[in-house]
Design a protein around this ligand. Structure first.
Ligand code: AMP
Length: 202
């Protein structure tokens, strides 16, 4: 099962992706997590991506596409994956389709978590507070200025990206403001009803 999660920053893509990955027993691949780890470890990828990530801008397609291609080539992603934070642009979505076509695969569903912009700041502030309370590092881009830039980057591409998957008949929009377990149920119910032979539903 190959799933992509779309939605603005703070919509809950990370939480829902990780829940789906557990249920479906496929890896959760978050491009944001991959980039943050690369930055922490100061790898060549991290050094190239750091300025864009810290400021809230998108990392260049060439860099991110290469990094996703490498990750998808790993054995654990052969049977499926949940992609969180990728694709963010139509060019990235096209690259993903081209990549998957080589192995005769395709994206099965694109879930979009729909959350109004007026809720995002509140959610990101909450995430930063929870990280601090739990003794974790606060994301370098969970601040007001970077968030604004992330929202602008999202808005630039969101409609065309949704259209891309709508035209393929793969877009499923879910109310991202619903209670967290209700969102997960909407996603798993959709998968169970459209792909009933996929474990664990079979
Ligand atoms: P996220 O954790 O998904 O919010 O991503 C954090 C940051 O990583 C973004 O603001 C971008 O700077 C970068 N990033 C993650 N995924 C992508 C992507 N698909 N394309 C470009 N930049 C990305």
């Amino acid at each position: 099962m190959r799933i992509v999660l779309l939605g603005p920053p703070g919509a809950g893509k990370g939480t829902q992706s990780s829940r789906l990955a557990q249920v479906l027993r496929v890896p959760h691949l978050s491009t944001g997590d991959i980039l943050r780890a690369a930055i922490r470890e100061a790898t060549p990828l991290g050094l190239k991506a750091k300025a864009a990530v810290d400021s809230g801008a998108l990392v260049e397609d060439e860099i991110i596409n290469g990094c996703v291609g490498e990750r998808l080539a790993k054995r654990d992603a052969e049977g499926g994956f949940i992609l969180d934070g990728f694709p963010r642009t139509v060019d990235q979505a096209t690259m993903l389709d081209t990549y998957l076509r080589h192995t005769g695969d395709e994206v099965d569903v694109a879930f979009e978590l729909v959350v109004g912009l007026d809720h995002l700041q509140q959610r990101v502030v909450k995430r930063a507070r929870e990280a601090m309370a739990g003794g974790e590092a606060v994301r370098s881009d969970d601040n007001e200025i970077a968030l604004q830039k992330r929202v602008v980057a999202y808005l630039q591409h969101a409609a065309s990206l949704s259209d891309f998957y709508r035209q393929q008949g793969k877009l499923v929009q879910v109310d991202g403001l619903a209670e967290i377990n209700a969102v997960t149920s909407s996603l798993t119910d959709h998968i169970a009803s459209t792909m009933p032979r996929h474990p664990p539903f079979a």
